[in-house]
Design a protein around this ligand. Structure first.
Ligand SMILES: [Zn+2]
Length: 368
């Protein structure tokens, strides 16, 4: 039977926890990683009703986009909805896992889902993050370079955007002298040795550096593995906030509104002045997105589709971009089903394991 940790491993491959925002609280919030579970329930939010749904259906873990616990809990007395929900989960022995801004911040996550629903193509990250990449380089005898490269690739090194197995390899000469106690792979103790070596270098996401370095060392023939780990300031091509995509054919405003309403099951769209010409480029952000408005304008979007815009944030964009605001839950409405689909592959390893989509309406906002 799978353990909660097995599900966490899958989810963290989809969205590395290191990509969550500082204010966030993604990860395992309730439950023991080694608890065995037969079913997972996926929901946008966790409420007492969702916990009850999990209990009734025999799910041992709820995976939600929004974390139930944001601020530290100082007590568990049931005085508010958060405490009551956590207590219900604890009582029922149900784990709670949140995959929030780390899923917003991977290019294949929330924003890609929104682009697909609207029919936008060629999505790019609107505000890529920097400070998430490193370069790992090592020096290895030519005959062993392929094995070391392969081990580093398998551990996750050398991925850039839609490419993998990216590396640079330069031939040169290394020197070393083995001292007392050494057991050199080549060369004699106490003598300077010259060896033809390949410098193998590749980009590695920072959260993968330790794993890639370990794989590199285990495939490397030397006793002491000379290597460099250098932090990069480069922007990550497939991680960051928001997305921007293009319609294959220009779309008239009224058609766009219709598409948005049906794609996201959104009862209303609040918006600024519609654009004068047909829409080609659309920037978007699931959840609260007003912080990306200037990025959307700089990127040349005709429309910025997001949610939670405040009154004053609608001002000052006339003729430059049209803001379209749908509800927060509506914008992110497709993410639970997407997560169910992602976990479906995992099911193959455990024939009796099931992933369920919550049927509880958690959106507290109604439109009359
Ligand atoms: Zn959200």
């Amino acid at each position: 039977m799978p353990q909660i940790q097995h599900i966490i491993d899958v989810l963290e491959r989809i969205a590395p926890p290191a990509l969550q925002e500082d204010y966030d609280n993604s990860g395992l919030l309730v439950g023991e990683p080694h608890a065995e579970i037969q079913k997972v329930l996926v929901s946008l939010d966790v409420t007492e009703e969702v916990v009850e749904e999990a209990r009734a259906s025999g799910a041992g873990l709820i995976v939600s986009h929004h974390p139930i616990v944001f601020k530290p809990l100082r007590s568990l007395t049931g005085k508010d909805q958060v405490e009551r929900t956590v207590m219900a989960a604890l009582r029922a022995g149900i784990g709670l896992y949140a995959i929030h801004t780390n899923l917003d911040n991977v290019a294949h996550g929330v924003n890609a889902m929104m682009c697909r629903k609207l029919g936008l193509e060629g999505m790019q990250v609107l505000r890529p993050v920097s400070g998430t990449l490193a370069k790992v380089a090592t020096f290895v005898p030519h005959a062993h370079a392929e094995a070391v490269r392969e081990a580093m690739f398998l551990a996750g090194g050398g991925r850039i955007g839609h490419y993998d197995e990216c590396s640079f390899n330069q031939m040169g000469e290394g020197t070393f002298r083995a001292g007392n106690g050494a057991q050199p792979f080549v060369g004699q103790l106490g003598e300077r040795h010259h060896e033809d070596e390949t410098r193998v270098e590749m980009v590695v996401e920072r959260w993968n550096v330790r794993k890639v370095a370990a794989a590199m060392k285990s495939a490397h023939p030397y006793e002491e593995v000379a290597h460099d780990v250098v932090m990069l300031d480069n922007a990550h091509p497939t991680a960051g906030s928001g997305g921007i995509g293009t319609f294959p054919e220009p779309v008239e405003w009224s058609d766009f509104v219709g598409r948005v309403k049906s794609a996201f099951n959104a009862p209303i769209v609040r918006h600024t002045n519609p654009p004068k010409k047909a829409i080609r480029r659309v920037a978007l952000c699931g959840g609260t997105g007003s912080f990306l408005l200037s990025d959307a304008m700089r990127a040349g979007a005709d429309v910025f589709l997001s949610s939670d815009f405040k009154y004053h944030e609608f001002f000052g964009t006339e003729g430059r971009i049209t803001i379209a605001d749908i509800g927060h839950a509506e914008a992110e409405s497709g993410i639970s089903q997407w997560l169910v689909d992602q976990l479906a592959d995992f099911k193959l390893g455990f024939p009796n394991f099931a992933v369920l989509l919550s049927e509880v309406r958690t959106n507290p906002i109604y439109v009359s």
